[in-house]
Design a binder for this molecule. Structure first.
Ligand SMILES: [Zn+2]
Length: 94
C-alpha cells in the first residue's frame, strides 16, 4: 500500500501509474485523471458567466442598436467592463 501525495489516501500499488523502470508516480490514477480533466475544463469568465437568457437579451439589444451605456445600466453592469468584453469579442453566445 502507498499513500497518494495528492489525496493522501492509502491505495494499492497498482493504483499508481507506472513511470517506467519499475518506478511509479507519487499520485494515484484518480488524481492524475482529475488533473488531466481540470486542464481541459475552461473556466467561464466575464460575459460567459452571465446567465444565458441575460446574454441573449444583451446581444439582441446590441444588435438593436442600443447604446452600450444604456445596456450596461439596464443590466447593472460596469460600463468599462462591458466595453472591455466587447473589445475582447466576448459578446457572443457560446
Ligand atoms: Zn490520489
Amino acid at each position: 500500500m502507498t499513500i497518494c501525495n495528492q489525496c493522501t489516501i492509502e491505495k494499492e500499488i497498482n493504483e499508481f501509474p507506472l513511470l517506467g523502470k519499475g518506478r511509479r508516480r507519487g499520485i494515484c490514477k484518480d488524481c492524475r485523471n482529475k488533473k488531466r480533466n481540470d486542464r481541459y475544463i475552461k473556466k467561464k469568465t466575464g460575459f460567459e458567466k452571465l446567465q444565458l437568457t441575460k446574454r441573449m437579451l444583451i446581444i439582441s439589444e446590441l444588435e438593436g442598436g442600443d447604446k452600450i451605456k444604456d445596456i450596461a445600466d439596464r443590466h447593472g453592469l460596469n460600463y468599462f467592463t462591458f466595453q472591455y468584453w466587447r473589445r475582447q469579442g466576448q459578446l457572443i453566445i457560446a
